[in-house]
Design a protein. Structure first.
Length: 284
């Protein structure tokens, strides 16, 4: 996936030894191969988890164990915070979220930790639903042509891996200076700018904003934190509420921030379309 933004540079609390799942880890770089292409042969159970959520770690460990006992489905474990675009593509609203993918399309899903018996029943239903309906992998021996990676994006991604946000932003800006309409570079730059802004957010930002709704700085920080925590609708609603209660330069500032968050998504994303309608009502 040439040009995809690697979000692994996002700062996260260190997980305790043995807490990080392994064996089926998937990132943006290999999502197409390990999930989309593989799902033409067997359903792929995708679990989006967070190292900061003990419940989601427990669910990943359960799915790891169940996956080791069968060949009827494959498992893909994805750390949501380090792969935000995958989480956004699935419309994830909570962690953990589990999605069954078959023939490259979401088939079924559930959110939250579940008892083993319920998870086992859900998996059996997924396998039954696709039995005999999948066409299989690409013909044996047939390989997809490899598209050379753009070295400019590679340099930017390497900077991200080092946590060097300034260099990554400079690299994407350099691409846009020569190719102003490069959509990948535009999207990547927006993601990097957001990550650079939120990496050191105070976890108490939400409580501070809730305690003083008139504090615009707190509201902006809280919205960023909600977006970081995969709660885009909450972030949008918070800022729209601020727009309703402000005027003049304050309203412009909040609206600009909200539009920047919109740009992290595809404009056709349902949650963005709905939020834009709410924004229009708040403005007029």
């Amino acid at each position: 996936m040439s040009g995809a933004v690697d979000l692994s540079a996002l700062k996260q609390p260190a997980a305790a030894p043995g807490d990080v799942p392994g064996g089926h880890a998937v990132t943006e770089a290999d999502f197409e191969t390990k999930v989309l292409r593989r799902s033409t042969a067997v359903p792929v159970v995708v679990v989006l988890y967070s190292q900061r959520s003990p419940g989601s770690i427990e669910l990943v460990k359960l799915l790891e164990r169940l996956a080791s006992q069968t060949t009827e489905w494959d498992l893909a474990t994805i750390e949501a915070e380090a792969n935000m675009r995958i989480a956004q593509a699935f419309g994830v609203q909570g962690i953990p979220t589990v999605i069954a993918v078959a023939a490259g399309q979401p088939l079924a899903d559930f959110t939250g930790n579940q008892p083993e018996a319920q998870v086992t029943q859900w998996l059996a239903a997924v396998v039954d639903a696709v039995r005999g309906k999948l066409s299989g992998d690409a013909a044996e021996g047939e390989e997809e042509p490899q598209v050379p990676e753009d070295p400019r994006f590679v340099a930017a991604e390497e900077a991200l891996e080092r946590g060097d946000f300034d260099t990554a932003q400079a690299a994407y800006n350099a691409i846009l200076n020569s190719e102003p309409n490069n959509a990948e570079a535009k999207a990547a730059l927006r993601q990097v700018q957001f990550i650079a802004r939120v990496q050191d957010l105070d976890p108490a930002a939400l409580a501070k904003a809730d305690a003083d709704p008139a504090d615009i700085d707190a509201a902006l920080a809280a919205a960023d934190l909600e977006m970081f925590n995969q709660q885009p609708e909450a972030a949008f609603d918070r800022l729209i509420a601020q727009i309703k209660r402000t005027a003049g330069d304050d309203r412009t500032r909040v609206r600009t921030h909200l539009l920047e968050l919109f740009e992290l998504f595809d404009p056709a994303e349902p949650i963005v379309v709905a939020a834009r309608r709410k924004l229009a009502t708040a403005l007029y």
